[in-house]
Write a protein that binds this ligand. Structure first.
Ligand code: TYM
Length: 338
C-alpha cells in the first residue's frame, strides 16, 4: 500500500520538557512554518503526555507547554493556517495509543535506540511510559491520518515504527485504513550538533548550557556560546569536501546554512579560507538577527498565558473534529462495542 490514497496531511510535535533549542527550531519549527503555506493541512502539537514519560514538575510542565506554544507562534506558526494544540486536550491520542500498544510487538520496542539512550543502564527503573512512548507517537500521527511528518534525524526510527504499526494494523484487520506515513527529513538543520562535541546531538537536556543555543538566550549569551564552541585548528575549507571528518566545523557551517537559508556549499564558498575568528562572529550575528525577533515575541506572548491557553483550546477543538471520526472508525474495525 502507498499513501497515495490518502489526502496529504502534515503532523508533528515537540515535547515540553525543557526550553526550546536551536535544534528544535532548525530541525522542526522553521520547517513547519514553511509547510503551512501550501495546500496541505498542517497540525502541530505540544506533546505534553510524552514529556511526562520522565519526571516533570507540574508547574514547570504547564509553563513549558505554554513556552513551546509561544515558540511556535513567535516563529510564524499561524493558528489560522495550522491547527496548534497540546496533546492532553485531545484524549483520543491515548485511546488510539492503547490499541497500538496491542498491535506493536515487544521486539520492535526493544530496537528503539532512543529508549536505550534515555533509559541507559537504569532501564529497570525507567517508566513503562518511556518504553511505550513510540506507540503513543504513532497514535499522534495516525489519529489524523497524517501522511507526512517533518522531524529531525533523531526521530526517524520512531516514524519508521509508525509505518510498521500502520502496516500491521491494516494487515491484521484486512483494511486499508491507516496511511503509511513518510518522515520528512530535509535540509541542513535536521541534525544540529552539540557545540562542545560535534558527535552528539544538541539537546535540551544536555549537561552544560554551553552545549546548546536556547531560543530564549540573549545576544551576548549567543555570541559567547559560539565563541567558545569547539572547533579544530583549520578554519573554513576551500571546498565543501574539506569538512569531511570535522564534525564541529561541519556543524557550525550547517547551522549558518540553516539560519541563512542557503546551502552549506554556498556558505563554504562565501567563507572559503576564513579562520574561526572571522566565521564565528559572523555566525553569532546571523543567529542573533534571526533569533532575537523570535525570542522577543515569545516573551511578549508568554506575558499573556490566558491568550496562549485560549489558542491551544481552540486548536484542540479543531483537532478533535478530525480525530473523533478516525478513532470511532478504528474502534469499529477492532470490534469494540460502542
Ligand atoms: P523532541 O521534543 O525531542 O524534538 C522536537 C523536534 O525537534 C527535532 N530536534 C532536532 N532537530 C535537529 N537537530 C537537533 N539537535 C534536534 N533536537 C530536536 C526533533 O527531531 C523533533 O522533530 N518524539 C518527539 C515528539 C513527538 C512527535 C510526535 C514528533 C511526539 N509525537 C509525532 C512527530 C510526530 C520528540 O521527542 O521530539
Amino acid at each position: 500500500m502507498t499513501d497515495s490514497t490518502f489526502t496529504p496531511r502534515v503532523f508533528s510535535g515537540i515535547k515540553p520538557s525543557g526550553g526550546l533549542t536551536l535544534g528544535n527550531y532548525l530541525g522542526a519549527i522553521k520547517r513547519w512554518v514553511d509547510m503551512q503555506d501550501g495546500e496541505t493541512e498542517t497540525i502541530y502539537c505540544a506533546v505534553d503526555l510524552h514529556a511526562i514519560t520522565v519526571w516533570q514538575d507540574p508547574a514547570g510542565l504547564k509553563a513549558g507547554t505554554r513556552e513551546i506554544a509561544a515558540g511556535m507562534l513567535a516563529s510564524g506558526i499561524d493558528p489560522e493556517k495550522s491547527i496548534l494544540f497540546n496533546q492532553s486536550q485531545v484524549p483520543e491520542h491515548t485511546q488510539l495509543a492503547w490499541i497500538f500498544n496491542c498491535v506493536a510487538r515487544l521486539g520492535w520496542m526493544n530496537r528503539m535506540t532512543q529508549f536505550k539512550d534515555k533509559a541507559g543502564k537504569n532501564a529497570e527503573k525507567a517508566s513503562l511510559g518511556l518504553y511505550a512512548y513510540p506507540s503513543l507517537m504513532a497514535a499522534d500521527i495516525l489519529l489524523y491520518h497524517a501522511t507526512h511528518v517533518p522531524v529531525g534525524e533523531d526521530q526517524k526510527q520512531h516514524v519508521e515504527l509508525t509505518r510498521d504499526i500502520a502496516n500491521k494494523f491494516n494487515n491484521d484487520f484486512g483494511v486499508d485504513f491507516f496511511p503509511v506515513t513518510e518522515p520528512v527529513i530535509e535540509g541542513p538543520g535536521t541534525r544540529v550538533m552539540n557545540l562542545r562535541d560535534g558527535t552528539k546531538k544538541m539537546s535540551k537536556s544536555g549537561e552544560s548550557d554551553m552545549e546548546r543555543i536556547n531560543m530564549l538566550d540573549d545576544a551576548d549569551t549567543i555570541a559567547k556560546k559560539f565563541k567558545k564552541a569547539k572547533t579544530d585548528p583549520d578554519g573554513i575549507p576551500e571546498t565543501f569536501d574539506g569538512l569531511n571528518g570535522r564534525p564541529e566545523a561541519k556543524n557550525l557551517v550547517d547551522i549558518y546554512s540553516g539560519l541563512a537559508d542557503i546551502s552549506a556549499e554556498a556558505v563554504v564558498a562565501e567563507y572559503a579560507g576564513a579562520g574561526w575568528g572571522k566565521f564565528k562572529p559572523a555566525l553569532a550575528d546571523l543567529a542573533v538577527a534571526k533569533l532575537a525577533p523570535i525570542s522577543d515575541e515569545m516573551k511578549r506572548l508568554m506575558d499573556d498565558p490566558a491568550e496562549i491557553d485560549r489558542k491551544l483550546a481552540r486548536g484542540a477543538e479543531r483537532a478533535r473534529e478530525i480525530a473523533t471520526p478516525i478513532l470511532d472508525k478504528t474502534y469499529d474495525i477492532v470490534g469494540l462495542l460502542r
